[in-house]
Design a protein around this ligand. Structure first.
Ligand SMILES: NC(=O)c1ccc[n+]([C@@H]2O[C@H](COP(=O)([O-])OP(=O)(O)OC[C@H]3O[C@@H](n4cnc5c(N)ncnc54)[C@H](O)[C@@H]3O)[C@@H](O)[C@H]2O)c1
Length: 452
């Protein structure tokens, strides 16, 4: 399709999903009108500052600066675009339900129209589309169309995921808007699932809940491996070669985090509960994940005794590598638990330092891995940033006060660590552990840490 045939679109909310969606469609040749209520973010984008750390995004936005329009005002978007993609946040509330206030603010801001459609990219509970259509009717905007088009991109590979998605899911009412969204995505040549709105909404929630279940499952297997002497890395390798199982999301570790899995699993559990169904499996998935984040503490205590006054170095803080996102990261629970147990915590992350300053209190944030481990009684690898594989182990061992290294992602080579004089503990690995580090998924970013 040539560029001039591509229709202009609007994107409301320019966070991780909105900005990547906007830049991705600009790459496909669309003019994109991006709206956000955060005036500082919009000003920064107009001045060329990208608010998030996401590989390839800066270059993409820069390349298509001419097609990307950033504003806090909806007028231009409504004038030029029929399709308005909604990518505002839907964070968890105290009850565990999704907070839809930003979505409802967008709905309320729409004028009556027979020409426009909202295309929901934000992750919302099943039934939200019905509520929004009812709100449109009540507000005299029944001409407004609605499409559910959930987003599956993973932070850290979001640009790639936009440009070559596993699938595009479009739930609609069979009107012009569903067709128009399908047409927009057609250059990507991805499998397209056309369905009703509720099913599209549920595909997203069920997908994230399933992936989270896989992670909690392998974490429980890891815990049993610790009791029995099996090595979960070997177990996962053997399981993952079964193509009914697959190798992704079978990496045991210290629990999943991020802005999606925890909230989406909890939202699905609440959605079921609100409808009178007790989703037993998801309760266990959530509980296993919470306990998994805390197991590091008992591993530390096993080696160090009391943690009062002990210096613990954390390597990595982001919820996974290649992002600066720390929402619901395991590092948040871990650093709080360590401090509650009386330890002093020093931490380093290659890109999440600014986020960490906002979210962590009492943690000494330092500018290098070397500074984080210097004088530490124990070191915990929390996020598997590739640079941690390049550490000079002899120098690290030399600079530490103690010798304990807990590899919370089974990312490092136990043999090399032991040879360098470390007391090594992985997750679900035998104490005398041998076997290769990591597993078949190494390097593809495909799920060592939970992704969305
Ligand atoms: N981050 C991910 O990897 C990912 C992946 C798939 C789906 N999702 C879903 O996509 C949605 C957005 O997630 P995100 O991570 O991009 O969130 P985010 O917090 O990074 O961005 C949300 C943006 O929306 C803006 N906003 C809030 N209210 C607004 C309003 N009324 N009008 C205009 N802008 C408004 C905020 O200022 C912010 O810039 C969520 O529902 C999330 O669950 C996220």
């Amino acid at each position: 399709m040539s560029t001039h045939e591509r229709e202009p679109i609007g994107v409301i909310g320019t966070g991780y999903v909105g900005l990547v969606t906007a830049a991705g469609f600009a790459e496909l040749g669309n003019e994109v009108y991006c709206i956000d209520i955060d005036a500082a973010k919009i000003q920064g984008l107009n001045e060329g500052r990208i608010p998030i750390w996401e590989p390839g995004l800066t270059e993409l936005v820069e390349r298509h600066r001419g097609r990307l329009h950033f504003s806090t005002d909806l007028t231009e978007a409504l004038e030029h675009a029929r399709l308005l993609f909604v990518a505002v946040g839907t964070p968890p509330t105290y009850s565990g339900d999704a907070d839809l206030s930003a979505v409802h603010a967008v709905v309320a801001a729409m004028p009556p129209s027979d020409r426009h459609a909202l295309v929901m990219k934000s992750t919302v509970p099943c039934g939200t589309g019905d509520h929004i259509k009812r709100a449109f009717r009540e507000q005299g905007k029944e001409g407004f169309r609605y499409v559910s088009c959930p987003e599956f991109l993973k932070e850290g590979s979001a640009v790639k995921d936009f440009l070559s998605p596993d699938r595009v899911v479009i739930g609609d009412d069979g009107d012009w808007a569903g067709e128009a969204v399908a047409e927009l995505y057609s250059p990507l040549d991805a499998p397209v699932v056309r369905t009703d709105i509720k099913s599209a909404e549920m595909v997203k929630l069920a997908s994230n809940a399933f992936l989270a279940t896989k992670i909690s499952f392998i974490n429980e297997i890891a815990n049993v491996c610790e009791e029995t002497g099996a090595d979960v890395v070997e177990v996962a390798r053997g399981m993952g070669l079964d193509d009914r199982i697959g190798p992704k999301f079978l990496q045991a570790g210290i629990g999943f985090g991020g802005s999606c899995f925890p909230k989406d699993v909890s939202a699905l559990k609440q959605l079921a509960g609100n409808s009178g169904y007790h989703f037993q499996l998801l309760n266990a998935v959530i509980e296993v994940n919470e306990l998994q984040k805390r197991r590091v503490i008992s591993k530390l205590e096993k080696h160090l005794g009391t943690l009062v006054g002990k210096e613990i170095g954390l390597l990595g803080l982001a919820f996974k590598p290649n992002t600066d996102d720390m929402r619901e990261a395991s590092s948040l629970v871990l650093s709080a638990r360590l401090q509650a147990a009386g330890a002093k915590v020093r931490a380093y992350d290659p890109v999440a330092e600014e986020e960490a300053r906002r979210l962590l209190s009492g943690v000494d944030l330092v500018a290098s891995a070397e500074a984080a481990v210097d004088g530490a009684d124990a070191v915990v690898l929390v996020t598997e940033w590739p640079e941690f594989r390049e550490l000079d182990l002899a120098a690290v061992a030399e600079s530490m006060r103690g010798s304990l290294l807990i590899d919370g992602r089974n990312f490092l080579d136990p043999e090399k660590l032991r040879a360098a004089g470390f007391a090594y503990e992985g997750i679900g690995r035998p104490n005398g552990g041998d076997g290769p580090p990591g597993n078949a998924e190494e390097g593809d970013g495909g799920g060592r840490t939970p992704q969305r």
